[in-house]
Design a protein around this ligand. Structure first.
Ligand code: SF4
Length: 339
């Protein structure tokens, strides 16, 4: 019932500091996310960050509220826990942590004994944001680096399939942080903020490795709350990397797969025999960088276009359908297209 008063008092704090905030609320549950719009690359905003946090912690205490909602106390709010829950309760938390984790292995520095909330921040005061010329257009966000910086680390890309959604399939498969959208955004931000070679900022083996298992499925572009589009970022990084390093044999083979299949059709029985013979197939897969347990798709008797041009199309049909016939539908898997 005192939500409106609380928001009024919070707005008063913001006004005193000449600030604006983003309001986001699960109002029915009395839970609100209030985000002052601060630029933590500026020293004065880091100072404001602390001042506002201290005042809001006092306000929460006055309203007998809790500092954290579903996102936990983490490091940023932990410093204020003794103030909000009282020293006695805080000591109890410390004793529980000490009992179950005497060596401080699990999540050190979170909730209890946390470092100051304005230390080890993502950005250094005075840090600049280099601008890079890119092939794809990231101007909507002010450039590629600013697009990457949109990741706020919420970790939605670590949701499991049971939570619904698709993001992020590589994490679903490996359950390793390195294969999340967040890890890829973190690596990109670090490397592009302070590139080893400013003239070749994308020239990084570490970046290539962390992006390697991204399937470019684009699920993050719609499911990430900050709409980080890792597929577009990966395409840009790989394009820039290959400008300096050339294209690998594997990339050339995949990019020209339609030509290979067209040639393979000239001697289809021989090509199929090679692709299904275990020894020959393993040599081909090794050369093309394909996992040994994957099978190579045999060349079917007829391409989709062949079927269509040989009367597969029913001109008497009443309905018109537009089909985008890609190289896979045409050369390796015409059945779904025919269906
Ligand atoms: S595009 Fe890459 S990072 Fe984004 S959800 Fe798909 S696999 Fe994950």
């Amino acid at each position: 019932t005192d939500l409106a008063d609380y928001i009024g008092d919070f707005t008063g704090i913001m006004e005193r500091y000449g600030q604006k905030a983003v309001f986001y609320a699960h109002a029915g549950a009395g839970e609100i996310h209030l985000r002052p719009i601060l630029n933590l690359k500026k020293e004065e905003d880091v100072i404001l960050f602390r001042k506002i946090s201290e005042e809001v912690a006092g306000l929460v205490k006055r309203y007998k509220g809790a500092l954290s909602g579903e996102h936990g106390d983490g490091r940023v709010r932990a410093e204020f826990l003794p103030k909000v829950i009282g020293k006695e309760n805080y000591e109890l938390l410390r004793r529980i942590k000490q009992t179950w984790d005497p060596k401080g292995i699990f999540n050190p520095g979170k909730i209890v004994d946390a470092p100051p909330m304005d230390s080890s921040l993502r950005y250094e005061p005075g840090q600049t944001t280099p601008d890079y010329k890119t092939l794809l257009d990231f101007s909507r966000d002010g450039g590629i680096l600013r697009h990457v910086e949109k990741c706020n680390g919420s970790g939605d890309c670590r949701k499991l399939p049971t939570a619904g959604g698709t993001m992020c399939p590589s994490y679903h498969a490996t359950r390793t942080e390195m294969h999340t959208t967040r890890a890829r955004a973190n690596a990109l931000r670090e490397i592009l903020s302070q590139p080893q070679d400013p003239l070749r900022p994308f020239d990084s083996e570490a970046l290539k490795e962390v992006l390697d298992l991204c399937l470019s499925c684009k699920a993050c572009a719609s499911e990430c709350p900050s709409t980080v589009d890792m597929a577009a970022l990966k395409a840009e990084v790989m394009y820039q990397y290959q400008l300096n390093h050339g294209y690998s044999l594997r990339n050339r083979l995949f990019a020209g797969s339609h030509e290979l299949y067209r040639l393979g059709r000239v001697a289809r029985p021989l090509a199929n025999a090679l692709m299904t013979n275990p020894l020959a197939a393993s040599v081909l897969k090794k050369a093309a960088g394909i996992h040994p347990r994957r099978s190579l798709p045999p060349i079917p008797k007829e391409t989709w276009r062949g079927w269509f041009n040989n009367g597969g199309n029913d001109p008497a049909g009443e309905k018109e359908v537009y089909l985008f016939c890609d190289e896979f539908t045409n050369y390796t898997d015409p059945a779904p297209g025919i269906a």
